[in-house]
Design a protein around this ligand. Structure first.
Ligand SMILES: *[C@@H]1O[C@H](CO)[C@@H](O)[C@H](O)[C@H]1NC(C)=O
Ligand SMILES: *[C@@H]1O[C@H](CO)[C@@H](O)[C@H](O)[C@H]1NC(C)=O
Ligand SMILES: *[C@@H]1O[C@H](CO)[C@@H](O)[C@H](O)[C@H]1NC(C)=O
Ligand SMILES: *[C@@H]1O[C@H](CO)[C@@H](O)[C@H](O)[C@H]1NC(C)=O
Ligand SMILES: *[C@@H]1O[C@H](CO)[C@@H](O)[C@H](O)[C@H]1NC(C)=O
Ligand SMILES: *[C@@H]1O[C@H](CO)[C@@H](O)[C@H](O)[C@H]1NC(C)=O
Ligand SMILES: *[C@@H]1O[C@H](CO)[C@@H](O)[C@H](O)[C@H]1NC(C)=O
Length: 524
């Protein structure tokens, strides 16, 4: 995750834009990985007949209902992409959404370079990539105002998939005879869209026959401090030990209330001008969000650069597993902030303008123009999921300051969506509980649903692989685990990890078995 493009944009706008935070002070999104797009201009040939079919890049538009609770409100154009190179009569329709961003650039998920295409290839199926409402070009309304966002809910997203499956006429032979019941429909997703697979199958078992949910954050959790637990556990041991020592010290200084000491500790990182302690805590957290961009085939450079800065001494020696200790780590982290992170993220801006989040009039919050996937996602977390990436509770080892609390995020929700969250709706804990109660969270009993997870995924503790999740893997709801990061198992390229190769192989076996047992029904 980088802020580079935003920094350039800021330089252009800085003469007019007032104090807009450069950091996205909210959470990083649980997004699924891009894989290399196929060449969209090349013709695609049907696998067995050899006939040329439309290219991967061909965009289709579906007339989707704006509001599933009131069809009289009309329709909007929902984008999708489609491929039937592996399709044979009797094969399934494999429907996938990348979730919380523009789906343009995700046509790799039509191909056998990803798990959706691999399932299609193994079962003679077609693949579809559909854009989620309020992302990319699939917008029910012309802006992202609070009023427009009323139809931006998990419930509406589920019904989008259901209505699409029941109604679409697919651009392929017999495309109007493939609705659920006539053909098996398989849902695929990762991250939030993985959770959506589970929620949609829970709501519409009659429409969706089977599913594959990767790193699916099924359990909504209001205060999600455990986002940082896999990071703390899997980052280099010396770096983890030193970061914990520094954060413990930072928190003790902030707790002391001593103005001079607090000023000194902020200045250690060159952040003396950051006014509010929650912003200071959020700034120190930023580097740990980069863990999420680790994959099996590539590592987050910035994350490991940070650990090297802390742990590699001037003579090239590495610290032992216990780290160099507080004093050296504090100095090295401060220097890294001063010399590397600050210039790359804030340029020449003063620290408060770059990092401060306490100005409700900043265009960062007030700009409701399309498209803005951060704003669209922020609505979903403010309104339903929570997932606030906060410091761990007192007495728990932590890499993020306890001064980063849910109140920080809840305040940002109020800035970004004025008037929308008040009363009980303001309490993210309650919103998350409602989601879990409605869709079963990690206790879901949905059948023919594969959950695939990665040990090193920062979102692990919101999935069925969490320590607190108690349901066991069964043949009708297999829980597969690899050494992957976030959604690693969705990409064929990750199969260089033998454990991911095994997950993919098992998943294809289940899908093939289930497909063979499918029988037409009167679903629609
Ligand atoms: C969205 O947020 C991410 C951080 O999560 C940031 O890197 C990106 O620049 C933001 N994009 C915009 C348009 O604000
Ligand atoms: C993936 O699909 C392409 C056709 O699009 C085919 O040429 C290739 O052999 C397939 N790869 C594997 C490993 O089956
Ligand atoms: C796929 O289609 C081919 C050709 O019609 C057929 O021989 C094969 O058995 C089918 N495979 C599955 C899994 O249905
Ligand atoms: C110590 O840190 C270095 C640099 O990040 C890393 O390469 C090494 O694996 C770490 N060693 C231990 C024992 O944690
Ligand atoms: C970071 O920069 C500030 C001045 O902006 C300086 O006072 C402080 O000593 C520096 N800290 C480190 C660890 O280099
Ligand atoms: C508001 O957002 C739109 C879409 O992201 C962008 O094009 C525009 O420049 C933004 N305006 C301001 C004042 O930030
Ligand atoms: C899961 O399996 C363990 C060990 O076999 C068993 O003790 C536990 O009761 C099972 N949990 C559930 C929810 O069935």
């Amino acid at each position: 995750m980088t802020c580079t493009s935003l920094i350039f944009a800021f330089f252009i706008l800085s003469s007019v834009a007032a104090r807009s935070p450069l950091f996205n002070p909210h959470n990083s999104r649980p997004r699924i990985p891009h894989i290399d797009e196929p060449d969209e201009s090349q013709p695609v040939y049907h696998f067995t007949s050899g006939q040329q079919i439309s290219s991967y890049g061909e965009t289709y538009y579906f007339d989707q209902l704006v509001d599933h609770t009131d069809p009289t409100k009309g329709t909007f154009k929902q984008r999708y992409w489609h491929n039937y190179e592996f399709y044979e009569p009797g094969g399934p329709i494999v429907l996938m959404t990348p979730g919380e961003e523009s789906a343009k650039g995700f046509t790799g998920y039509l191909t056998n370079g990803t798990i959706s295409g691999m399932i299609a290839q193994a079962t003679n199926g077609s693949t579809i990539v559909i854009e989620h409402r309020f992302f990319g070009d699939s917008n029910p309304h012309p802006d992202l105002s609070v009023q427009s966002l009323q139809v931006h809910t998990i419930e509406q997203a589920i019904e989008d998939l259901a209505y699409f499956a029941k109604t679409v006429k697919l651009p392929q032979p017999d495309g109007d005879k493939l609705a659920p019941g006539k053909a098996p429909w398989i849902l695929v997703g990762g991250s939030y869209s993985g959770a959506l697979v589970s929620y949609t199958m829970h709501t519409h078992p009659e429409l969706f026959y089977a599913g594959y949910a990767s790193s699916a954050v099924v359990q909504a959790i209001g205060h999600f401090w455990k986002y940082f637990e896999p990071v703390r556990e899997w980052m280099p041991a010396n770096c983890s030990a030193d970061v914990q020592a520094v954060i413990q010290y930072v928190d003790s200084v902030l707790d002391s209330g001593n103005t001079r000491d607090i000023a000194d500790i902020k200045a250690n990182f060159g952040l003396q001008d950051v006014i509010h302690l929650d912003d200071f805590a959020a700034a120190l957290k930023a580097v740990f969000e980069d863990w999420q961009s680790n994959s099996i085939t590539s590592r987050s450079n910035s994350f490991y650069e940070f650990c090297d800065a802390l742990e590699v001494g001037p003579n090239g020696w590495h610290a032992p597993a216990s780290g160099w200790g507080l004093e050296a780590a504090l100095q090295a982290w401060g220097k890294y902030w001063n010399e590397t992170l600050y210039p790359s993220r804030c340029g020449k801006l003063d620290a408060e303008s770059c990092i401060g989040s306490h100005n409700p009039d900043s265009p960062h919050w007030t700009n409701a123009s399309l498209p803005n996937s951060n704003r669209s996602w922020n609505w979903m977390i403010c309104n339903q999921f929570g997932f606030w990436q906060v410091g761990a509770p007192e007495g728990t080892p932590r890499i993020v300051s306890s001064y980063l609390t849910a109140a920080h995020n809840e305040r940002l929700c109020q800035y970004e969506f004025p008037g929308a969250f008040w009363g009980l709706k303001k309490v993210s804990l309650l919103n998350a509980l409602t989601v879990d109660k409605t869709y079963g969270g990690w206790d879901t009993t949905t059948e023919r649903l594969i959950f695939a997870n990665g040990e090193r995924d920062p979102w692990r503790e919101a999935t069925v692989a969490a320590a607190l999740a108690t349901r066991n893997s069964t043949d009708l709801q297999p829980h597969l685990l690899s050494d992957g990061f976030h959604c690693s198992d969705m990409s064929r390229g990750s199969a260089i990890s033998p454990r991911i190769a095994a997950v993919q192989k098992q998943a294809l076996q289940y899908m093939t078995q289930w497909h063979a047992a499918w029988k037409p029904s009167a679903a629609t």
